[in-house]
Design a protein around this ligand. Structure first.
Ligand SMILES: NC(=O)C1=CN([C@@H]2O[C@H](COP(=O)(O)OP(=O)(O)OC[C@H]3O[C@@H](n4cnc5c(N)ncnc54)[C@H](OP(=O)(O)O)[C@@H]3O)[C@@H](O)[C@H]2O)C=CC1
Ligand SMILES: CCCCCCCCCCCCCCCC(=O)[C@@H](N)CO
Length: 314
């Protein structure tokens, strides 16, 4: 049941959501380079066409099936339809591995959110991956075939801070789903993996920074964005090693080891060391963040007042 030999993407059918941009595009490129059949799914057709052309340039052999499809993955039926269409290119065979890279963050202050933006936040962080996981798991179990589910959470699925009320909850929820599935899918031949990256230098990151509260930007800046192709390689290596939680850098290792619960360890001794670093370092870091937030109180008060947020006393 457990992979005894390192997983080799060559000739494997890999399905990459969010494959038209950022991390997903980097993952799709790396897999194409390794000789996999790659199907990318996202909404915007123009970006998909451009991405597909980039993948074609990396083609290793004429037999590789490289495709793109435009579907919205925040809808369950549409997530299902995308998977079905992609499988038709492979004679009805479902993907050997599903990399769920689609997602988006729209940071802001909680008091400025509303029911709609809260739901949208959950769509773009949780449902955009959970619907695909559901459709895929049902499909491979029905077919009695094996599979791989790869989720993308975030450092913000291990901890959170000001500005992320519409995003962090969904990234935590992905951890909950992955923890359940790691256990439940032992019933079948499906491995489950989830990565927790920090900032990534992507179009999505540039976009989220436009609405990010200033204090969050300030705190964020201590985590220099990583190039997407570096993370794509780490993600694929993590899957090949059979890691359940894929923690690509020292920060994610610290947070992973400090919140380990019943999650399998990587290296028990090293994880213990990371946990000690977290035990000492994290409270200090948090106090630093809290004092930055506190220093921002007056400016924030003025900001809300200028927006007419406060009740006016007559
Ligand atoms: N960048 C960062 O700092 C970090 C990002 N992450 C996570 O990594 C993942 C990738 O992010 P990143 O590469 O930065 O983002 P980008 O915005 O660069 O790319 C996101 C991709 O997902 C697609 N997508 C978004 N929403 C949907 C949807 N509803 N249906 C179908 N496709 C969708 C986009 O295409 P289209 O819009 O055309 O549909 C695009 O292809 C996300 O899950 C993100 O939360 C985690 C940690 C840090
Ligand atoms: C000893 C311990 C020291 C701890 C230092 C911690 C520094 C953390 C900085 C904040 C990182 C935020 C990453 C957000 C990634 C993400 O998901 C968004 N970009 C949304 O896409």
């Amino acid at each position: 049941m457990w992979p005894t030999k390192k997983w080799d993407p060559r000739g494997q059918f890999c399905y990459v959501t969010g494959g038209s941009s950022g991390l997903g595009l980097a993952v799709a490129k790396a897999l194409t380079n390794m000789g996999a059949h790659v199907t990318i799914v996202a909404r915007n057709e123009e970006r998909l066409t451009k991405a597909l052309a980039e993948l074609e340039e990396l083609r290793q052999n004429p037999n590789q099936v490289i495709r793109s499809y435009s579907y919205s993955l925040t809808d369950a039926d549409s997530s299902n339809a995308a998977l079905e269409v992609a499988s038709k290119d492979h004679g009805g065979k479902y993907p050997d591995a599903v990399f769920m890279c689609a997602g988006a963050a729209t940071p802001g202050f909680f008091v400025e959110e509303d029911a709609n933006s809260m739901r949208k936040g959950m769509d773009n962080s949780y449902w955009v991956q959970a619907y695909t996981a559901l459709a895929y798991t049902k499909a491979i179990v029905r077919d009695r075939t094996s599979g791989k589910l790869v989720f993308i959470s975030s450092l913000l699925g291990y901890m959170s801070m000001l500005g992320y009320s519409t995003y962090s909850p969904g990234k935590y929820a992905l951890r909950g789903l992955a923890e359940t599935l790691r256990s439940e899918l032992i019933l079948y031949d499906c491995t489950v993996h989830i990565m927790f990256p920090g900032n990534i230098d992507t179009p999505g990151y540039a976009e989220e920074n436009r609405t990010k509260p200033k204090v969050a930007l300030e705190v964020d800046s201590s985590d220099k964005p990583t190039a997407p192709d570096v993370l794509a390689t780490q993600l694929i290596h993590g899957v090949q090693r059979g890691d359940f939680h894929i923690s690509p850098d020292i920060l994610s290792n610290i947070f992973r080891s400090s919140t380990i619960g019943a999650t399998p360890h990587h290296n028990v001794l090293l994880d213990g060391l990371y946990a000690v670093v977290g035990w000492i370092g994290l409270p200090l870091w948090r106090q630093g963040v809290d004092s930055k937030v506190l220093k921002h109180r007056n400016e924030h008060d003025e900001y809300l007042a200028a927006k007419g947020f406060f009740k006016t006393v007559l």
